[in-house]
Design a protein around this ligand. Structure first.
Ligand SMILES: [Zn+2]
Length: 254
């Protein structure tokens, strides 16, 4: 398979309308800020869906009770989207950390409805691994993959990582355990369907979009330091969804 490498917004035209489906505010920025910015610069429509507001994403719930964190993260992701030029952002409104316990159908149906509405050419989400192994991420992957299979629209890509990524940042990942056991994935280069390589200017924009989500990114940035953090997600890699792993579809409710 040939990897489509995108470094400039002119290359991004081929992506057509882009839909991203993610679990928590900041997932979209880490994994697809460059992709979204280039697609918008190319004049393509981009829709971003976030399942939860990540209201439990803190070690200090005393300072950040869920209502306050939800309110703040909603403002943070709005600022982040504005930096990337994305104007169509939807929040599904699920409770953070509960996605595996949610019923499949309303969730798959909600994502399928967005797909039918925006008619994306390219859909991006987590792979079955959930990138970090987070159960919410794995659930969003399953929901989106089922919704895509049901609608039959567009090309579904799963965010992934490569050997190069795993090796380059191995020391960092040991120090700051972001990834669950067996992760990050080491997708062989020939299986990477789309790679977005960020130049310095675009990387600065991605970093601004990440920094806008300070409740989450601030502590990670402080731990890692500016230099390491800047290089960490310089390439955004995606593989085609493995259709063999798509679960049998639940019947659509009419
Ligand atoms: Zn997340």
């Amino acid at each position: 398979m040939t990897t489509l490498r995108i470094t400039h917004h002119l290359d991004a035209r081929t992506l057509g309308t882009v839909l991203g489906v993610w679990a928590h505010p900041d997932d979209e920025a880490y994994l697809s800020a460059g992709l979204m910015a280039l697609a918008r610069d190319a004049g393509n429509h981009v829709t971003c869906v976030t399942a939860t507001l990540g209201e439990h994403g803190t070690d200090d719930p005393g300072t950040w009770p869920p209502v306050r964190l939800a309110r703040t993260r909603r403002m943070e992701i709005a600022a982040s989207m504005a930096i990337l030029g994305v104007t169509d952002h939807r929040i599904l409104g699920y409770e953070d950390g509960t996605l595996p316990q949610q019923e499949l159908e309303p969730a798959v149906g909600a994502i399928a409805a967005v797909i039918e509405e925006v008619r994306p050419d390219t859909i991006v989400t987590f792979g079955p691994d959930g990138m970090t192994g987070h159960p919410d991420h794995q659930t969003v992957s399953a929901w989106t993959t089922a919704a895509w299979a049901r609608t039959g629209r567009g090309r579904l890509l799963h965010a992934t990582t490569t050997d190069t990524f795993a090796e380059e940042h191995a020391a960092l990942h040991e120090e700051i355990p972001v990834f669950g056991p067996g992760l990050p994935l080491r997708t062989p280069p020939e299986e990477v369907a789309l790679a977005v390589d960020l130049d310095d200017e675009l990387l600065d924009r991605k970093l601004a979009a990440l920094r806008a989500q300070a409740t989450q990114v601030g502590p990670v940035l402080a731990l890692m330091g500016e230099r390491a953090f800047r290089c960490w997600w310089r390439t955004e890699a995606f593989r085609d969804a493995d259709t063999a792993r798509v679960a049998p579809l639940p019947a659509a409710v009419s």
